[in-house]
Design a binder for this molecule. Structure first.
Ligand code: SF4
Ligand code: SF4
Length: 306
């Protein structure tokens, strides 16, 4: 039989787990109670119904090492784009091997946690040994020839000791003891327009923040220098000058769209005290002043008062 785990490795994933297809009852209840951000609403809660042809789900881990300096962008975003493309490669390899496969639109974290493979943390991320929370997860539904050897279920492990460090650095989402208010996580404002002023003042890097995982003592402590291509491409002034195609190649087209990246670059240029952005922002106010009104007002007044 095809070695699925080897195929996943060849596609670029560090690790993968083969799980049975089962409904996610607790997750669905929480979702229906509004516990999660609405962008999880389209996820499938009963994969048996949504993918009746599938007999397994392969969840794959794109692990990454954080940047020494995440003040430009969190290392998660380029990793998530690498994960997306690795899954595309894997689907092609599976199809070439004669295995029907489709990207799984399911709650991967919930699946791994309920299977004992990962541990939930107060910052709402999933801890997977030995990567900590530095992972992007991708999944594929598969129709495998029987019998299927699933990854063995593990004993659930408590990793978070509720030390409160993530709560201290957070904008207001982390409440402790696994309670999380998604309306107070700055990631929420990836979609939002306009960004609330207090969130703008809090924003430290493009596309939200990941302070809650860099501060977590349970995470691996290694870091790497931020690659030059990331530094150059996601420099907020470079984004303002319109290099969104290159940005799309790094973080994915969706995130690089103007309503997300450009909106955030306006705020970040000001928070990073980039005086060289002021002339560009004044020009942008003439062409796109209505769309980015709140962000431009905030950024221009901050830079003018520098
Ligand atoms: S920082 Fe402390 S409370 Fe937060 S996730 Fe890590 S261990 Fe848990
Ligand atoms: S990403 Fe930032 S705002 Fe969101 S939970 Fe983590 S620390 Fe809080």
């Amino acid at each position: 039989m095809t070695d699925l785990f080897a195929l996943a490795k060849e596609a670029g994933f560090r690790e993968s787990y083969l799980l049975p297809v089962a409904p996610y009852t607790d997750w669905t209840r929480h979702r229906n109670d509004g516990v999660f951000h609405p962008n999880v609403n389209p996820l499938v809660s009963d994969p048996k119904e949504a993918y009746p042809w599938a007999n397994a789900i392969l969840i794959c881990v794109m692990a990454y090492t954080p940047y020494e300096d995440e003040s430009l962008v969190a290392s998660y975003y380029p990793a998530s784009n690498r994960g997306y493309h690795a899954m595309k490669r894997l689907l092609k390899r599976l199809q070439d091997a004669g295995i029907p496969a489709e990207r799984a639109e399911t709650p991967y974290r919930e699946q791994l946690a309920s299977y004992g493979i990962g541990s939930r943390m107060d910052n709402q991320l999933l801890y997977i040994e030995p990567y900590g929370t530095y992972t992007n997860l991708q999944g594929a539904m598969l129709a495998l020839p029987e019998p299927v050897a699933y990854t063995p279920r593990r004993e659930p492990k408590e990793v978070c000791d509720h030390c409160g460090l993530c709560q201290t650095v957070c904008f207001g989402a982390i409440k402790g003891n696994y309670v999380f208010d998604w309306t107070r996580c700055v990631h929420t404002y990836l979609e939002g327009e306009p960004i609330p002023r207090d969130a703008m003042a809090y924003m430290s890097s493009l596309l939200g923040c990941m302070r809650c995982q860099t501060v977590c003592p349970k995470n691996p402590q290694e870091s790497i220098p931020i690659p030059d291509t990331v530094k150059e491409t996601l420099d907020p002034v470079a984004v303002l000058l319109g290099n969104r195609k290159a940005a799309g190649e790094l973080i994915g087209k969706n995130l690089a769209g103007p309503n997300r990246l450009l909106r955030q670059a306006i705020v970040l240029a000001a928070n990073h005290k980039r005086k060289d952005a002021l002339a560009i922002l004044l020009k942008l106010r003439e062409s796109d002043g209505e769309r980015f009104k709140a962000e431009l007002e905030y950024a221009i007044s901050l830079l003018q008062n520098e």
